[in-house]
Design a protein around this ligand. Sequence first.
Ligand SMILES: [Zn+2]
Length: 300
Amino acid sequence: MIKQIIFIFLLGFSLPLYAQDFSGVQIESVRIDDNFYVLYGSGGNIGVFTGEDGLIMIDTQYAPLSGRIADAIARISGDNIKFVINTHWHGDHTGGNENFNADGAVIVAHEYVKRRMSMEVFLPLYNSRVMPSPIGALPTVTFMENISFHSGNESLKVIHAPNAHTDTDAFVHFEQANIIHMGDLLWTGSYPRIDVQHGGGSVQGVISAVEQALALADGDTQFISGHGVIPEKGTAYVESYLAMLHAVSNRVAGMIEQGMSQQQIIAARPTAEFDAEFLGDNAYIDADMFSRIVYISLSK
Ligand SMILES: [Zn+2]
């Protein structure tokens, strides 16, 4: 037992959160609508809405990239960033908050984003320890269920998805532009990471959130994933992602019912038929980890 505690303790401190080298990261901006851009870099995909009364930015990637992100946004519009909306609390989506806040943006997020960012969090599944964020990085406007923004003739709704990728998630629906930024509720080219251990996430919650978003969508909707290249317009990719989540969950649930252990379930490879699509070159987790996530989520 003592050995285990020391092991976790050492791991926590031997894996600094930003061990990554960002020097080679370039920010690529892609215009997907008259007033909407997606910025790829390192970390969660950023959305930028160029409204009539200032810019609204969704997620901020990592702090060392803020200068490059601000430059990319300045090339899109000379307006100031009025609001930053965080899809959830993870550092690859909120790392730049403090810098953009210092430049005058108001940070808006679910109440639990503020709570999680304010405390030290250990995520055993990923062996990572996250230290509390500085005050300037924390959301200053928070909500529990939904919050709406109105800008010119655009209305955007930020909709909380309970116990999904984490317990802090929200997705953002631009009603006129017909764009839905899903944050880490949706991944392309990778199985989703889900914080099922101590993070308040669940596979069932991700499924519910994706179903809720699909109910708002049609054949012209542009979905934006938290990681990976955004899918083609329409619902086809999101429907296939949802079908994968349902199929793997049902399979793992059946195996749990039969009394199989976590090890046996992972070895049986319940994801096999989907691996070609979700284990791309930029996959964030492997099939074993995803099976493990589903197992932990369903055996709670
Ligand atoms: Zn995340």
